[in-house]
Design a protein around this ligand. Structure first.
Ligand code: ADP
Ligand code: ASP
Ligand code: MG
Length: 451
């Protein structure tokens, strides 16, 4: 198969939230004859409920209520499809296995069971969307991505095994793609032993990019609820405007520092294989969107502002740190052991402060008592919560004159708790109180993009 003719299209949760939204997606798929693979997320809201089922100690009644909410979402779509027996049977099977997992006595303690449970959202959405496409005159098969998307066994945040994925995709997907469109699941994979794994919240974008890479695709479309990547989250300010183009590096920075529109790892496969990534709205595809490419026409100093919420600042302190060797290493070994990733770091003679991402709906381990207890064995530990990380993303920020002074001038009314500048040519980050962060983003946006 010629690689010049493959596009992978991904539809996020709101795009496949219900039957009417799915019909918009059908138009989008039909609009690009190169689309051979369609990756779908779980219908909007479903994964949030699944996370509750997998992570919270619930009563049987609460479990039933949650499952009923999911059933209502899925059955509404099934109903609009005319409830074809084959699809209805498969959907019932999935709902039954979901219920068994939710009731499993080990569910709160076994990460493998949690990931199996979480996989049901994408599996139900792909089953239903392949039927929608077929009924709308574009024959489609529901393909189980776990046959191809091999990962390690880090449940909740599994890492893809690139060679294996490529081999399997070319062997199992490529021949089928010549006959029908393949509708498959984002977010999920399987480990060597065949256990279901997940790639982390928002991981369907990453799946689409990984499949595009494995299949030698030219492009990957991310269809969502906004008409592209904006100068900042359009939910923060109405003044945000869509960007016609972005570089891989800029997009990767934005995703890493909180632009939820793309999963942070999405750009890695795109960068490796020079795959153009498009971001647009499945509801308004005619409005165009953002093209993310290797070389942009313009490389402005300021491209966008992002915000990442739920940051915790940890300060570790020990008088022994003076002249002590290996203290930082010991601290970071504990952090790494608990799978936490550090963003900003500042040091003084006897103190080190750093920030950690600690989002409430994460399936990753959050900062917990064990981590703090372990740190407390080697130093004093102080935690400060209710911070957000605001980042200005741009180009050559370390070398252009006046970049930092312009940014500081814009936020001079606010208390910046920590700042990171110069480590990377593409960003400048600041830690601010969560109550100030909306105003900080707005002030920066006014100064950098509305002047
Ligand atoms: P999907 O379910 O399609 O994956 P997400 O909710 O994960 O969609 O991502 C889309 C959302 O990302 C938008 O509704 C928007 O609020 C948010 N977002 C955050 N930052 C940006 C940005 N810079 N540009 C566009 N959208 C952004
Ligand atoms: N359904 C998953 C989530 O909500 C993956 C995704 O939407 O990309 O995190
Ligand atoms: Mg998303």
């Amino acid at each position: 198969m010629s690689d010049s003719s493959i596009n992978v299209a991904k539809f996020g949760g709101t795009s496949v939230a219900n039957y009417a939204s799915m019909l918009n997606c059908v138009k989008v798929v039909k609009g690009n004859p190169d689309t051979k693979v369609v990756v779908v997320s779980a219908s909007a809201g479903v994964t949030n409920i699944l996370v509750e089922l997998a992570h919270k100690a619930l009563t049987k009644d609460e479990i039933s209520t949650y499952i009923e909410q999911i059933r209502a979402i899925e059955f509404a779509i099934l109903h609009d499809l005319g409830a074809p027996t084959l699809v209805a049977d498969k959907l019932m099977e999935l709902l039954e296995s979901l219920k068994q997992l939710a009731l499993h006595e080990e569910i709160l303690h076994r990460p493998d069971l949690k990931d199996s449970l979480l996989s049901h959202g994408e599996r139900m959405a792909s089953l239903l969307f392949s039927e929608v496409l077929t009924q709308q005159g574009l024959p489609a098969d529901n393909f189980d991505v776990r046959k191809v998307l091999l990962t390690d066994s880090e449940f909740g945040q599994a890492a893809p095994q690139l060679e294996g994925i490529k081999q399997r995709a070319l062997q199992l997907m490529a021949p089928e793609m010549t006959k029908t469109v393949l509708v498959t699941q984002g977010f999920i994979g399987s480990d060597e032993a065949g256990n279901t794994t997940t790639l982390g919240r928002g991981g369907s974008d990453f799946t689409a990019a990984l499949l595009a890479e494995a299949l030698g695709a030219q492009s990957c479309e991310i269809w969502t609820d906004v008409i592209g990547v904006y100068t900042t989250d359009p939910r923060i300010t109405d003044a945000a405007r869509p960007l016609p183009e972005l570089s891989f590096e800029e997009a990767a920075e934005m995703a890493t520092f909180g632009a939820k529109v793309l999963h942070p790892a999405t750009m890695e496969p795109a960068l490796r294989q020079n795959i153009k990534v498009f971001v647009g709205s499945s509801k308004e595809p005619e409005k165009g969107g953002t093209w993310i490419v290797r070389d942009c026409v313009h490389e402005p100093s300021y491209r966008a502002i992002t915000r990442r919420k739920d940051q915790v600042m940890v300060t570790v302190k020990t008088p022994k740190m003076m002249y002590a060797q290996g203290f930082l290493q010991n601290v970071f070994t504990i952090i790494a052991k608990h799978n936490l990733s550090v963003d900003l770091v500042t040091t003084s003679e006897i103190c080190v402060s750093f920030t950690l991402d600690n989002p409430a709906n994460s399936v990753l381990q959050r900062l917990n008592r064990e981590t703090i207890e372990e740190l407390s064995q080697i130093c004093e530990v102080e935690l400060e919560e209710h911070f957000d990380l605001v980042t200005v993303v741009g180009n050559n920020m370390h070398s252009a004159a006046g970049v930092s002074s312009r940014i500081f001038a814009a936020v001079s009314d606010f208390n910046l708790r920590m700042i990171c500048f110069g480590a990377n040519v593409h960003n400048m980050s600041m830690l601010v109180s969560e109550k100030d962060s909306t105003d900080v983003v707005k002030a920066l946006h006014r100064s950098l993009f509305e002047a």
